[in-house]
Design a protein around this ligand. Structure first.
Ligand code: ATP
Ligand code: MG
Ligand code: MG
Ligand code: MG
Length: 507
């Protein structure tokens, strides 16, 4: 198809900005500011949270954006499945439009439907919509209004499917703005009715667009309270949309990823090529490794370009180390593969997110440093590990891959001679040595030291709140600087709207 990813993104923006009178708002960084409830920005709506909760007045009532999202932790965590399917990523772009107390259900559904069917020309015979069927326990009613709206837009009844809390009631994290949602799903394979397979995890019938009707806030105690206004919050997976419009089932077969896959093939010439046999068993796991590395290179570039620091973010560090391991073990490239891939990430995304292009040398420096630290740790760890398990055979039950962080952690622990792994100690193991709760638990079993995961969780919560409690004005300063650094945007299509690009909501 002649539709490039860039043109697909542009059409989305043009539709909302030009035809539907929305204002463009920049993507926020993937680092959440002033929000201890999440570790990474996981949706387009994150930066609008305080507008939803009524703490901040919106500058514009209707906005549109494409948000850099990361889903590797918390309520929305896709890390373990990334690479095993073709449509979940650790980093992805979420296209969205918003109404802050302005239009609501009817217009939101119509705007989305017309874009997909009239502008992008998707056959309605391949689309399904879902709506919220209600929840007695929570006292939430079936969203009949939305069902009827879809009918009036011409969707046949047998393609309108109800679902419960899990699929059709969106919450940002454990707490935060929430509401019933209605979603549009796409069948890659056939125009026959397969309504019973919607939301069943099929790789060729996938969710495309979520339209959330924000009306509530979920509190820490689980209670759901009504917000002062009603809002629309939508999110469409850009990589999934691209796949559909380029007639591909897997996102990895589109131009959002093909240069990354090609680069891995070229740089690791000794390895077999990417088969891309999507949906068939990946016997040797080679294709999965291709997908993981291509995916993670985007995530790493986005996080580092936004100023995240691996030393302070163990999730990010683990993902970096996974990339180094795959590069070496699968693609037989001892050094520099991930770093090289970040150039291709910038080729794809640098126009839309200029901070990636601007900060690329910083990104690559950190990758170099992290790779070096990891390699030297691993080499010495291998030797130390063998010595250690001779002395302490209980430790054999732990995975040697954990050795680089486990050995220094064990040594520090041995010095302390504790009677238990208290919350304090566990936090140190986590924060200083990078052990996660599962590994600390295994370690506690091996060493026969009592350990309660909950104590660690309490410490983590305390620490999160402490580091995130910048004042709002500090926070806005950081963001203002971020915006200044990012401009100007060079993409011609955005020029007419240049002024509007300057603004991004401040938390
Ligand atoms: P799924 O059910 O496929 O996991 P979701 O319901 O978790 O998706 P939402 O929270 O509703 O996703 O996010 C809005 C949209 O973002 C989805 O409709 C989808 O197109 C896209 N999306 C969600 N998670 C991912 C991901 N990990 N990678 C790529 N796109 C995603
Ligand atoms: Mg999901
Ligand atoms: Mg879903
Ligand atoms: Mg969804």
């Amino acid at each position: 198809s002649d539709r490039t990813a860039a043109s697909i993104r542009r059409i989305f923006m043009d539709y909302f900005i030009r035809d539907c009178n929305h204002h463009h708002v920049r993507s926020s960084p993937v680092v959440p500011f002033c929000d201890p409830t999440i570790a990474f920005v996981n949706a387009g709506m994150n930066q609008f949270k305080s507008i939803f909760t009524g703490k901040q007045e919106p500058q514009y009532q209707n906005v549109v954006n494409s948000q850099k999202c990361v889903r590797v932790g918390g309520k929305h965590n896709d890390l373990s499945i990334v690479g095993t399917d073709g449509y979940h990523h650790t980093f992805f772009e979420m296209l969205g439009n918003w109404s802050f107390g302005d239009y609501f259900k009817e217009e939101a559904c119509e705007l989305a439907w017309k874009l997909l069917v009239d502008v992008y020309k998707l056959p309605s015979s391949k689309l399904y919509v879902t709506y919220f069927k209600g929840d007695h326990q929570l006292g939430l009613e079936e969203d009949i209004e939305t069902r009827e709206i879809w009918k009036s837009l011409g969707v046949s009844s047998d393609r309108i499917v109800p679902f419960g809390i899990k699929d059709n009631f969106w919450v940002m994290g454990d707490t935060g703005p929430c509401g019933p949602c209605t979603e549009i799903h796409f069948d890659h394979k056939t125009a026959q009715n397969r309504a019973q397979f919607v939301n069943k995890g099929l790789f060729d019938l996938t969710e495309l667009w979520n339209i959330v009707f924000i009306q509530y806030n979920k509190n820490l105690d689980g209670s759901i309270v009504v917000l002062p206004n009603k809002h629309v919050d939508t999110g469409m997976g850009f990589e999934r949309l691209t796949a559909i419009l380029q007639n591909k089932i897997s996102n990895y077969d589109t131009d959002n990823f093909s240069n990354l896959i090609n680069a891995i093939e070229k740089i690791s010439a000794k390895t077999k090529k990417y088969k891309g046999n999507y949906g068939e068993q990946d016997w040797d796991n080679l294709d999965t490794s291709y997908r993981i590395l291509a995916d993670h290179s985007r995530m790493v570039t986005a996080c580092l370009a936004d100023g995240m620091i691996p030393e302070q973010n163990q999730k990010l560090r683990r993902i970096l180390r996974k990339c180094f391991t795959i590069s070496e073990d699968v693609f037989l490239k001892e050094k520099g593969l991930l770093k090289e891939l970040t150039n291709y990430v910038v080729d794809n995304l640098g126009h839309t997110y200029p901070e990636m292009e601007k900060n690329i040398s910083h990104v690559q420096q950190i990758i170099d440093y992290e790779e070096e630290v990891f390699k030297s740790l691993r080499n010495s760890a291998q030797r130390d590990w063998e010595k250690l398990i001779k002395e302490k055979s209980q430790l054999m039950s732990l995975d040697i891959l954990e050795a680089p962080s486990l050995i220094p952690a064990y040594k520090a622990l041995a010095k302390m001679e504790p009677k238990e792994i208290s919350g304090d100690i566990a936090f140190k193991l986590y924060d200083t040595f990078g052990l996660n709760a599962n590994i600390i638990e295994k370690l506690s079993h091996a060493l026969n030291l009592p350990f309660d995961k909950e104590n660690l969780q309490n410490e983590l919560n305390k620490a999160k709140v402490k580091t995130k409690q910048l004042s709002v004005s500090d926070n806005n300063k950081i963001l203002e600087e971020f915006i200044r650094n990012c401009l100007p945007i060079t993409d011609d299509s955005f020029k007419y709207n240049f002024k509007k690009l300057d603004n991004m909501y401040l938390f």
